[in-house]
Every structure is written in C-alpha cells, then in structure tokens.
Design a protein around this ligand. Sequence first.
Ligand SMILES: [Ca+2]
Ligand SMILES: [Ca+2]
Length: 82
Amino acid sequence: MKNVTLVAALAASVAFSANAMTTEIDTDGDGIASLSEMLVSHPELTEDLFREMDTDGDGFIDDDEMAVANELGMLVDPDIDI
Ligand SMILES: [Ca+2]
Ligand SMILES: [Ca+2]
C-alpha cells in the first residue's frame, strides 16, 4: 500500500507542477513556451538556460520540461521575493 500512496503523491505533485505552464507564460495558448514567451515573465532567463530546460531540444518548453525546471530551481518565480 505504501507504493500506492507514493504514486498518488507523485501524481498530485505532477498535476500541481503542470500548472507551472500558466497563461502568463504561454501567451499564445499553444501549451508550450518559446524563448520569447519565457522572457516576458522571466527576463533573467538566458538562451543557455533555456536550452538546458529544453531537454528534448524542440526549441519549446512543454509542461514536463517546465515542471523539471521548477523542481531544479532553474527558474526564479517572479511572484516570490528572495
Ligand atoms: Ca506558446
Ligand atoms: Ca522541449
């Protein structure tokens, strides 16, 4: 039963992370973020960092890649004052 709980927790975590792709970032609503879309909400983002986030190299950040980037703390959340 422990595994079931873990899977449920992971699923909840992924569902939460999927919200990382907000309409604030994905301004054209296609579900993925280009570098220029990312730069609107994350002006500190560099092209190098964008390429690191874009793990499948398609030139866009999708939900999964955004979630991983958030998990690794690659992006500074503009809503959080550090
Ligand atoms: Ca987009
Ligand atoms: Ca990608």
